[in-house]
Design a protein around this ligand. Sequence first.
Ligand code: AVJ
Length: 324
Amino acid sequence: MRYRIDVYTDEAAEQRRLEEDVRRGLTAWQKSLPPKYFYDRAGSLLFERITELPEYYPTRTESALLQEIVPGLTETFLPDDIVEMGAGSSEKTQRVLDAVGAVRRPVRYVPVDVDRVTLEASAARLLQKYPALSVHAVVGDFERELAHVPPPRGRRLVMFLGSTIGNLDEPARRRLLTGLRDLLPGPDGRLLLGVDLVKDVKILRAAYDDAAGVTRDFNRNILNVINRAVDGDFQPEAFRHHAFYNEAAARIEMHLVADSAQAVRLGRLGLTIRFRPGEDIWTESSYKFTRPGVETMLADASLRLVRWHVDPANYFALTLAAPA
Ligand code: AVJ
């Protein structure tokens, strides 16, 4: 059997969680929404457009780095089992599958993602392209469903790319990395982690406030998601996109600022949310890392850094880690 898919998403439970998140986030003193709600169909398409923007360096920098390091990586560590968190369309995965010889060597790929449709489509594509590959897809939130990842079959590589880890604050990061560590029993497993690095503020700012306004549209789209989910009447255009680098916290913050007073009705929650002029919703943090910071973060999850690969400009790092 070359293909299996396990689904751990439950629409009723997701809806309840979203309602909780929205109620808590929008009734707090500092209003906020969790960035995972950016990614409905429209939001995922907008994110894809972001990855192609001239200002948004992370995706192309990581892709080039991956291309460059994967041959050397598989020379010293040839995995039989590849787990990928937030796999999405598995575009970068193909670089790794090529390098591990999944065309002729039996390799299992375990993608974990909330988006079932995307997972199914990419699994079909990969199974066709790699005759020796098997796919065990897990549909679920990687912050919650790690326990459902099957035990390793041979040498396991866990991949967590795209600096998605940058969305998490310190406690959530530690929780997740500890969970990933637990997917690697024995000394033989490896974690490949993509992290965006601290750099010139102008470059960071431009990446999250592009000239074409795609990131603005992406940010505002979260209000469409909320409108649909809880019968709300947010006017996305009444909110200004504000992205800045918080140097003390080493993170980009994205906010949506109400430039005029707004009263927003959330029908399903029986709530009216009021905004004073200038009041904002904090929609995303995107943490930026340094090598010492990554080493500490790995150590806190009983992992140790084995290899640190950066591009020539020092924009982005691919980190290889092993159980400590
Ligand atoms: C998908 C979380 C890595 O933080 O750069 C891109 C999301 N937000 N532009 C990032 C994002 C605005 C992205 N991550």
